[in-house]
Ligand binder design. Structure first.
Ligand SMILES: Cc1ncc(COP(=O)(O)O)c(C=O)c1O
Length: 460
């Protein structure tokens, strides 16, 4: 053996490689610690911010998955109660959220047909792309074609491809704050600069359109919106989306519209896809089966271009997208094979069942939060699976910040919610309400008990 022997077994050798530190994480690297662990990167250098310093610019260096895992490390193994996770948008474990029979049959049929065992094509199998184009066109004033669609490994890979296709040297992108941290983390990984505009809680979490104009410069290439919203649970109106389109057009930037929660709305605003405004501004829509069908493990998503004037083609973005898709992995072909049947034949009854549970959950959550004095919910959720709640630290004894809150909650109540800092909103909390209603009630009761334990006693 060339490298054999005790001395050359690899331990003492100087290897030339090492793990990389993604650019964004390195740039914001600093830590907040509450117990002895390094929990979450924070540009705060461990200092406490004043209580009113809310919605500070993001200090995001971790994804939801990473933050959740880190909080979960604090669970007490001796606590016999079931763990309650109000921290991620995957209710598939609850029987009431099981996907529809049609979707399951479609996958079984595709698999057992023996026709979907080969490699796929770079942008996806043609019948599946056509089905996605037809499905999304139902809500648009024009018809998409298969050429507008790239199939991806969940919405996550659609985001990767969209951002990668725009990451020319020096380019920057505008992200919502609070937002979905993956955009930040992935942009950092590929060296795309990020800038943040606020979503305004007092305006139902609408985009601060003035901030967009103030932030953009000649190197700004795109802005991202998430509708229905994660983490805020808001749903943008038609007129607000139109204003977003007009501002983006004025600035000469495209809009990436994350519609992974598309159609999951249960308030007064209906879901309007941003593609409706594809004649005003080029729009890249990203989405997936994950949320509406509650099958995030199936990893089937799409990137779709809505661009009636062919601007993305003219500026070479289509070519970049297709090139990046061709050097990326594709979704499993038997899932692609099932897509036409899933999109064409899922019954309205299934969709309404899911919406009804989410509406019930949102009501339970909003009502229960009103009973907890240290938590303030500025806007009742109307879509997606989440709500943002502001933490009033002046009403709590012995809690340093949102991270400390979530860690102690995990330890003492065996319950996981996410600190707002992960989403760019320090001293806020993101609560997922998409649970079986009884489990949600139990979770909120634990949350209330926890807050009472730390509550400041005020004189009547
Ligand atoms: C806003 C947003 N975009 C994208 C994704 C990723 O979706 P997928 O699971 O289809 O990759 C998520 C997942 O939670 C999300 O919340």
């Amino acid at each position: 053996m060339e490298n054999g022997g005790a001395k050359l077994n690899g331990v003492n050798k100087n290897w030339r490689f090492k793990g990389i530190e993604p650019a964004a994480t390195a740039a914001t690297a600093a830590t907040t610690t509450t117990n002895n662990n390094n929990i979450i990167n924070n540009n705060n250098n461990g200092k406490m911010e004043s209580d009113n310093a809310t919605l500070k610019k993001p200090s995001r260096g971790v994804t939801v998955r990473e933050a959740r895992t880190m909080i979960m490390e604090n669970l007490d193994p001796l606590d016999q109660r079931p763990m309650l996770a109000l921290a991620h948008g995957d209710p598939s474990i609850f029987p009431c959220f099981r996907t529809c029979r049609n979707a399951e049959t479609a996958v079984v049929d595709a698999l057992s047909s023996g026709q979907f065992n080969s490699y796929g094509t770079a942008v996806g199998l043609p019948p599946a792309r056509k089905a996605v184009a037809e499905y999304l066109s139902r809500d648009l004033p024009y018809q998409l074609t298969s050429n507008d669609v790239v199939l991806t490994l969940g919405c996550t890979q659609a985001i990767d491809i969209a951002l990668s296709s725009l990451a020319s040297p020096g380019a920057n992108i505008l992200l919502p704050s609070p937002g979905y941290p993956y955009y930040e983390v992935f942009s950092g990984h590929i060296g795309l600069e990020t800038r943040h505009f606020d979503l305004l809680p007092e305006n139902g979490w609408e985009v601060d359109l003035d901030a967009i104009e103030a932030l953009a410069d000649v190197n700004t290439v795109a802005m991202v919106i998430i509708n229905p919203g994660n983490p805020c649970g808001n749903v943008f109106t038609y007129s607000h989306l139109q204003k977003v389109a007009e501002v983006a057009k004025k600035l000469g930037i495209l809009v990436i519209s994350d519609e992974v929660y598309g159609h999951l709305t249960f308030g007064s605003n209906p879901f309007i896809p941003m593609g409706v405004f594809g004649s005003i501004v080029p729009v890249i829509t990203v989405g997936s089966l994950s949320k509406r069908w509650i099958v995030p493990g199936w990893r089937l998503g799409w990137l779709v271009t809505n661009d009636t004037h062919g601007i993305l083609q003219k500026y070479g973005v289509m070519e970049s997208i297709k090139r990046i898709a061709s050097i990326s992995a594709d979704p499993a072909t038997f899932i692609q094979g099932a897509v036409p049947q899933i999109l064409e034949k899922t019954s309205e009854e299934f969709f309404s069942r899911v919406i009804n549970i989410l509406r019930q959950d949102a009501d339970i959550c909003y009502d229960k939060l009103k009973e907890i004095p240290c938590l303030m919910c500025p806007h009742k959720p109307e879509g997606s699976m989440f709500v943002m709640v502001k933490l009033d630290l002046s009403k709590l004894n012995g809690i340093i910040d949102d991270i400390d809150f979530c860690i102690k909650l995990a330890k003492e109540e065996k319950m996981i919610i996410l600190p707002g800092v992960t989403m760019g909103a320090k001293n806020w909390l993101r609560i997922t309400f998409a649970l079986e209603p009884k489990a949600l009630e139990d979770g909120l009761e634990r949350l209330k008990t926890f807050c009472q334990r730390y509550g400041v006693i005020t004189n009547p």
